[in-house]
Design a protein around this ligand. Sequence first.
Ligand code: ADP
Ligand code: MG
Length: 326
Amino acid sequence: PQLANQIAAGEVVERPASVIKELVENSLDAGATRVDIEIDRGGSKLIRIRDNGAGIPKEELALALSRHATSKLKSLDDLEAIMSFGFRGEALASISSVSRLTLTSKTADQSEAWQAKAEGTEMAVQILPAAHPVGTTIDAVDLFFNTPARRRFLKSDKTEFTHIDEWLKRIALVRRDIHFTLKHNGKSVRNYRPANTETQYLQRLGQVCGKAFAETCLHINCNHNDLALTGYLQAPSSASGYAETQYFYVNGRLVKDRLVNHAVRQAFSEYADGVSPGYVLMLELDPYQVDVNVHPAKHEVRFHQSRYVHDYILQALQSAMLQSAE
Ligand code: ADP
Ligand code: MG
């Protein structure tokens, strides 16, 4: 089973940023409102994720580390309309097969916290009492220590940090309700406070996309029929180009989709031709109207009514830009 885990790890765990993605998504699934990320040496030495979610009951600690142990798939319907991030039940097993992993957790109805340790190929999981508030902390130390070929594929600490930072930006833009912090080599580098009001969100937008973007962007809020498009768009007049600031989410998931890109570019071309549009946009629609699992790694989606979605995006953006130009 350990070999199977390591093979699965090749798919789930490519680099520190992918470990962090899996662990933070678990924290969010567990209802955390605050997630603290700590890394050393670009995450290759230490990745520590601490959350204030529901916690893992003592009797499920060892199980959580075993493959296909998911508490999240209840029926086939769930698979169809999956809104929760995790559904495969192999992230923790995969990560523990290629690192020294410690899981510390406490649920609200337990009087004490418990800790489970797993280390690479040693399968025996020990459960010991520990000190921890309600929630979970996962330490993944020495990533790929037992798979040297993969360890050699890691880039410089700085490059790995950049991947982590970029992933955190993506999630921070859409999970405005969550307080995220990031520490690198003992130093606080990001602090995204909860942004439940518009003013707070513009502040977060400034932290993530730069002050200039946050100060000049247009607000989109288009909601009719069964689709809603909200977010921020570079104002046509601020023609400096924002190729780095292109975030489009469908039901909370970042997508990089041809149809979406086409609609956005077409909307922009009339106002600022040749300029890279900058945007942070969220499209919400009936989950049954979209397949999100077409290609998870490539962030592709498939809309059942693609023409309709395309034109909706196009018109929403066009009318926002038209209004601002008046
Ligand atoms: P999946 O997320 O696909 O269910 P994982 O391997 O990522 O599979 O996690 C296995 C299980 O461990 C989860 O289903 C969940 O029950 C539990 N778990 C993992 N991380 C956390 C966390 N931070 N808080 C609470 N439970 C967690
Ligand atoms: Mg998961």
